[in-house]
Design a protein around this ligand. Structure first.
Ligand code: ATP
Ligand code: MG
Length: 397
């Protein structure tokens, strides 16, 4: 039995459904987490009630995924996802079911779920319902498909990514048949949408074992995004050396893949994975910084900060420390904390000031750059009057 009990607002959703004669269970990740003694981050309920019945029972609902039978119930300003028992058929595109139909029984609903550990249900009061041996697999730390793994991966190729992601996140092994089916079905991954692959990769990158991306690569699951598979199987272990933050982990991944000749550049790899433009920008700037000689002191850091911005500089410092050891990040932090000027924004004179000195166009831009370089060199001289007279003098000469 779970060590963790669901909070009152979650139980109230289960009991309200039951009071109207419907079956209702907690299901999926929250049950798995509760059984493992981990506090769930969200709560999913499955029920025999149809979506319109769910909407009729609770005063505050959102039709989040009504086409697939999911209604979000709002209770005490919190959310519970309530999904009608359903079965799925078709999967001609290896991604989505061609048809979803509502069913009356829990076991059919559990049988459409990906892994045994995610196919356990728990009623408000009573014992777990576990037709596929998920509790035993949790105890034995195994990721095992519900049913025939080849068929389940043919239905939805993303499940291969999910298998490795759960394995890395929970520290579970892949059951033999499940692992063997991934090796056979990997080519189907090429047809998945980049967004779905990206989201799974990011979750894996943020897991305690991000280096296990190399298993995805070795299996061929990322062939559509790489020039070649990793020549060396264990080169990604350094991913774990950088802080657990999506941006840093993406930047490190790009760096390691580029180093191994698996991608041409961070930018095109991340573009194809449809990462957001800020992450793409930052990772490619980070790569550019890492190609430059290591900063020798505060002035070098300030020049980098001016050219690439704070986020990319921090990212590069973190990556450099993870790759080569050292204290780049500490040095950069000291520069940032010093409050010394490294950008036009913090220069004690503005473009308007220079306009009033009669400077225009390219000459004005060049003067601002000259003053910034000067202030980077002599931070104590970032003073308006002093810079204005410097500008005047150098104009006259
Ligand atoms: P997490 O803690 O990462 O959210 P989770 O188990 O809740 O883990 P979700 O992606 O939120 O994972 O999915 C909720 C549940 O829906 C899963 O536990 C599983 O039962 C089912 N599920 C999700 N995606 C699939 C899929 N592609 N194929 C089959 N079942 C799936
Ligand atoms: Mg979830």
């Amino acid at each position: 039995m779970p060590v963790i009990r669901p909070p009152k607002y979650v139980r109230s959703v289960l009991t309200a459904l039951q009071a109207r004669g419907h079956l209702a269970y907690l299901v999926g990740g929250c049950v798995r987490d509760m059984l493992m003694g981990v506090h769930p981050h969200d709560w999913d309920v499955c029920t025999s009630a149809l979506p319109e019945q769910v909407c009729g029972i609770f005063p505050h609902t959102l039709p989040t995924g009504i086409r697939h039978g999911t209604v979000t119930v709002l209770v005490e300003k919190k959310q519970v996802e309530v999904t009608t028992f359903r079965s799925e058929t078709g999967y001609s595109d290896h991604r989505h079911p061609d048809a979803v139909s509502y069913v009356g029984d829990l076991t059919t609903d559990l049988s459409r779920r990906d892994f045994t550990i995610n196919a356990i249900a728990l009623p408000a009061d009573g014992l777990v319902v576990d037709p596929f041996g998920g509790v035993r697999d949790i105890e034995q730390k195994l990721i095992r498909c519900v049913g025939d793994p080849d068929r389940r991966f043919e239905e939805d190729a993303l499940r291969m990514f999910r298998a490795l992601r759960f394995s890395a996140k929970l520290g579970f092994r892949l059951e033999e048949e499940t692992a063997a089916a991934i090796a056979r079905q990997a080519p189907l991954a090429a047809g998945l949408s980049s967004e779905r692959v990206r989201d799974e990769l990011e979750k894996l990158l943020l897991s305690p074992q991000p280096e296990r991306i190399d298993e995805l690569i070795a299996a061929g699951l990322l062939d559509a995004y790489l020039l070649q598979r990793l020549p060396e199987y264990t080169s990604l272990y350094r991913l774990n050396a950088v802080q657990r933050k999506a941006l840093f982990r993406w930047a490190m991944l790009c760096e390691l893949l580029e180093e191994q000749g698996c991608i041409r550049a961070a930018e095109d790899f991340l573009l194809r994975l449809r990462l957001d433009s800020r992450t793409i920008r930052c990772c490619s700037d980070c790569a550019a910084i890492l190609r430059l000689p290591a900063p020798g002191g505060p002035k070098d850091w300030k020049r980098l900060l001016n050219r690439f911005g704070t986020e990319a500089a921090i990212c590069a410092a973190r990556c450099r420390d993870a790759l080569q050891g050292g204290s780049s990040y500490r040095a950069l932090r000291a520069v940032l904390n010093s409050g010394e000027c490294f950008s036009m924004k913090h220069l004690a004179v503005t473009g308007d000031d220079l306009l009033s000195l009669g400077l225009r166009g390219p000459a004005l831009g060049a003067m601002l750059q000259f003053l910034l370089d000067y202030v980077i060199e002599f931070p104590e001289n970032n003073r308006r009057e002093l810079l204005l007279s410097l500008a005047r003098d150098s104009e006259e000469n």
